[in-house]
Design a protein around this ligand. Sequence first.
Ligand SMILES: [Zn+2]
Length: 393
Amino acid sequence: MGEILAGALFMYIFKEASRNAYNNDRREVNFRKNFFKYFGLNLPHADAIDDVLRVLAPSELEQLKARLVAGLIEQKIFRKFRFLGKYYLVAVDATGMASFEQRHCNHCLTKTSKTGVVTYFHYVLEAKIVTSTGLSISLASEFIENDPGRDYEKQDCEQKAFARLAVKIKKYFPRLPICILADGLYPNNSVFDICAKNDWKFIITLKDGNLKTFQTEVGLLRATASKRSICRVDKTTRTNLEYTFLNDIEYKGRYFSWVECMETIVNIKGTEISNQRFAYITNVHQNLQNVAETADSGRLRWKIENEGFNSQKNLGYALEHKFSRTSFIALQNYYHLMQIGHMINQLVERCNQVVDILKEHSKQTIVDLWKKMMAYLIIFQCEDNLQIPYQPG
Ligand SMILES: [Zn+2]
């Protein structure tokens, strides 16, 4: 089992992007020998991996992932990034995994176009620990899936999946102090309930259309709001940040705070180059000391999209690749292994040895480095007397 899972995991760590690419490398004798020399494992055929991943309960790999992340938390990897020195920032968002023209399995979500064409697809809701340095590490995943018996009208959705995801986070990390970061789909009473029940803080994006009564109240009290201005200067730009906040705004029997950040960036000549507004609802009571950290943390939410989903889609992990064309169980297992592989690589890419190489050669990139590592494993001739116990078919 160790060899099977390690094989699948290395498909992601090596950024092979498909089972076929993995098989091609595995066919090289040097590659197999080098892999055995460094890791003490045989490389199984991708079909053997697939056979196992079709029957292994996805909860097993999910648990493995949670244990690994718990280990990182114990080793204090995220400690210095905590919000207000206490709360781990956990961004929550959904992303597409794979879409199919034909029904892939009986858990597929479906979408019918105006012309009546049905597409079948899978979505996953993620909770990832995010940091200002760009780490985006999967804490828990919940698949948005249809129950085979249910009718089309009652498709599963992100909101329902969030309730299940919250249960999972609490199960695997019962005492972890968490602050949830989420987008404009999340300011609603059921999300506030879940956060209150679990004793979680939240900083949630407030869009113009969200929570009308709350926003009306904010509009009425705006003139009395407290403000704090910060100016950040670097070599080429000056960034002016104006933070505004209000506390104790009532919404359906609870009291929340409202935070707004206006950001203006000007260049050396004084010309404005960008002007943005961000607004949040939070259950963290605001004051002049914490308002900037609150709004800045709220903005880290996009790390789940950029460092999380986009990296997994476009930087070698092939998140949207159809790793299994028929099995939903296998699709989930590949997904969990991808999260573990990406987690390992994020840590490797930040270790001193790699950072030093990148610093030394200014044109060197992570992509180049991985290409060279793969070339080394394929071309470098291992000692001839190294015997690997298994010869693949
Ligand atoms: Zn399916």
